[in-house]
Design a protein around this ligand. Structure first.
Ligand code: NAD
Length: 279
């Protein structure tokens, strides 16, 4: 009986305030996975800075969760530095950096690769993470209180055929960078991990399907249905933005992930680990 009561207490303890008093910066936090994570972090007691290029969405979300918004193009190092400086000026510290901003690629054949387009994609997906890790590490090392950095990679980081070549390269690069910097930052008590979602019908994925299907009116639910049928071992089930936000919360919380660093947490309904045709 007593153990049952404890179990109940644990469930309650885990469900709220897991990030009480923590200060988080979320790039790409205005929409999609980043917005769901901003809400969940705030519900769990975090003070959240939303750093995004979408001013209207970003500032109204920040207002609704008692956070702050700052215009930030992650391709621009000074913008990322300013986002972190805002957190430091606001609350005096940075505990959590979520490098989530990213864009899809549209390469076509590798034989006809447009290098200018490739560089633009790398400037957001790769340099954006470099900027975020660099300035978060600086703030966290100076803060002398550890910290947690999370980078959004993708199922495309570990498997071909799930995005454009340049997108795949950029996401694999993020996993490599995460592991490399984890080796340096561990001594400062700074954990760094990736999350790798698959098949979340966010604006990014839905607009990719609009292009592939040649239709402008494709709905997120339609994309979810396709992904749930062909891209998940949990047939009919596909990832929501909240599923990914929960994984970010798990990694951000010292309670649940205090001994987890240099890890790539895949949120894919098993897709990249097994042949879904055999399920
Ligand atoms: P989304 O397009 O809804 O959200 C992306 C957010 O990033 C938007 O708010 C956008 O304004 C912002 N952003 C884009 N470029 C930016 C820049 N230069 N500077 C700052 N912010 C910028 O898509 P999403 O699915 O929520 O994507 C979030 C992350 O998840 C991305 O890194 C994406 O690659 C990754 N991801 C998504 C899926 C999926 O299935 N949706 C799968 C794997 C990985």
């Amino acid at each position: 009986m007593e153990s049952h009561i404890h179990m109940h207490d644990d469930v309650q303890r885990l469900s709220t305030n897991r990030l009480k008093g923590k200060v988080a910066v979320i790039t790409g936090g205005a929409r999609g996975i980043g917005a769901a994570t901003a809400k969940l972090f705030a519900e769990n007691g975090a003070n959240v800075v939303i750093a995004d290029i979408l001013e209207d969405l970003g500032s109204s979300l920040a207002d609704s969760i008692g956070g702050r918004y700052i215009y930030c193009d992650v391709a621009n190092e000074a913008d990322v530095e300013s986002a972190i400086n805002l957190a430091l000026a606001w609350k005096g510290k940075l505990d959590i950096m979520f490098n989530n901003a990213g864009i899809a690629g549209h390469d076509g054949s590798i034989a006809n690769l447009d290098m200018e387009k490739a560089k633009q994609l790398f400037s957001v997906n790769v340099n954006g993470n470099l900027h975020g890790i660099k300035h978060a590490a600086k703030a966290m090392i100076e803060g002398r209180n550890g910290g947690c950095i999370i980078c959004t990679a993708s199922s495309a980081a570990i498997m071909g055929g799930l995005g454009s070549h340049t997108y795949t390269l950029s996401k694999a690069a993020i996993v490599g960078l995460m592991k490399s910097t984890a080796c340096e930052l561990g001594v400062h008590g700074i954990r760094i991990n990736c999350i790798s979602p698959h098949g979340v019908p966010s604006e990014m994925l839905v607009s990719a399907y609009r292009r592939i299907m040649g239709k402008v009116d494709v709905k997120p639910e339609e994309v979810g249905k396709i992904v749930g049928e062909s891209g998940s071992l949990l047939r009919g089930r596909y990832a929501s933005v909240e599923d990914v936000a929960q994984a970010a919360l798990f990694l951000a919380s010292e309670e649940s992930a205090g001994f987890i660093t240099a890890h790539n947490l895949v949120i894919d309904g098993g897709y990249t680990s097994a042949n879904s045709n055999m399920a």
